[in-house]
Write a protein that binds this ligand. Structure first.
Ligand SMILES: Nc1ncnc2c1ncn2[C@@H]1O[C@H](COP(=O)(O)OP(=O)(O)OP(=O)(O)O)[C@@H](O)[C@H]1O
Ligand SMILES: [Mg+2]
Length: 267
């Protein structure tokens, strides 16, 4: 890892929703050129963390620095330039159903102030080619399969050629062939020098794409280390996560309380 300052750094994050404490002193750094996989159980706040990097959500406390600039103190308007430099592939695609593929992918360019139609057309076509979806400009999201929607969402994330990419579950729900396609695109972008944070439960993607892995557990990053040491040198909690051994982490009181609520609602 380089000694350069990180491209993206979360420091001392605290956040809660009502009485749910999501982060309690979360620290994480992303360095130029690396791909960092972020793993953790469902509901631990992986997606929220990526959204905080784009200031779509703001933490209660703590600092988020992207390209040397504090994100949490910025106004919405002053995020425009930073959002050109950070692309995000959302977990649920976040495509606009009423727009064509072309208009969905062109959206970030228009926000960035591109007005030359021919230039926009060329960039969108080139980007759809990069995700193996050439010629789909006129389709609507409803006409696409899940795998195609993922790739349109990836095209929109990379259309401004951002320096940082945030992938939220890029292969989730895809069949093996489509998952391989997305992995191959991520590897290519990495070879092109893109720095990335990859939220995934997919070990194949981690092995292929990630240099480092960090695990979000118990409201903070409980472990981070090189991908090679993931299976051998990580703590028990990480290995239990990878093998699906969750039993010891269940809080019986919480499970009982949730079951009680469910019965009460039914009755
Ligand atoms: N805007 C919001 N308002 C209130 N609660 C929210 C909001 N966004 C997320 N949460 C809550 O924060 C917690 C973490 O959500 P998040 O989507 O980040 O989990 P995750 O780790 O990405 O899970 P998964 O692996 O299932 O995608 C959840 O309990 C969720 O309900
Ligand atoms: Mg999520």
């Amino acid at each position: 890892m380089s000694d350069d300052p990180p491209l993206l750094a979360f420091e001392g994050l605290h956040h809660r929703w009502g009485d749910q404490v999501l982060y309690e002193g979360l620290d994480l750094e992303l360095h130029r050129g690396e791909t960092l996989a972020l793993i953790g159980r469902s509901g631990t706040g992986k997606s929220v963390l990526l959204k905080m990097a784009l200031r779509l959500l703001v933490p209660d406390q703590g600092s988020i620095v992207a390209f040397g600039q504090e994100v949490t103190e910025r106004t919405e308007r002053s995020m425009f330039d930073l959002r050109q430099r950070i692309g995000m592939m959302f977990q649920n695609y976040a495509l606009l159903d009423s727009l064509t593929v072309f208009d969905n992918v062109a959206w970030p360019l228009r926000i960035a102030g591109w007005i030359d139609r021919e230039r926009i057309r060329e960039r969108v076509a080139e980007t759809l080619g990069m995700v193996n979806l050439p010629g789909t400009e006129d389709k609507k999201p409803a006409e696409l399969s899940g795998g195609m929607k993922k790739r349109v969402s990836l095209a929109r994330a990379i259309v401004t050629r951002p320096e940082i990419l945030l992938y939220d579950g890029p292969t989730t729900g895809l069949d093996p062939a489509n998952a391989k396609r997305v992995d191959a695109i991520m590897v290519r972008l990495k070879e092109d020098g893109v720095t990335a944070m990859l939220v995934t439960h997919d070990l194949r993607s981690i092995e292929l794409c990630a240099d480092r892995v960090a695990m979000l557990h118990d409201r903070r990053i409980c472990w981070a280390g090189p991908t090679e040491s993931l299976a051998s040198e990580s703590p028990q909690v990480v290995r239990d996560f990878l093998t699906g051994n969750f039993k010891r982490y269940y809080d019986p009181d919480r499970v009982a309380a949730a079951a009680g609520r469910f019965t009460a609602e039914k009755g």
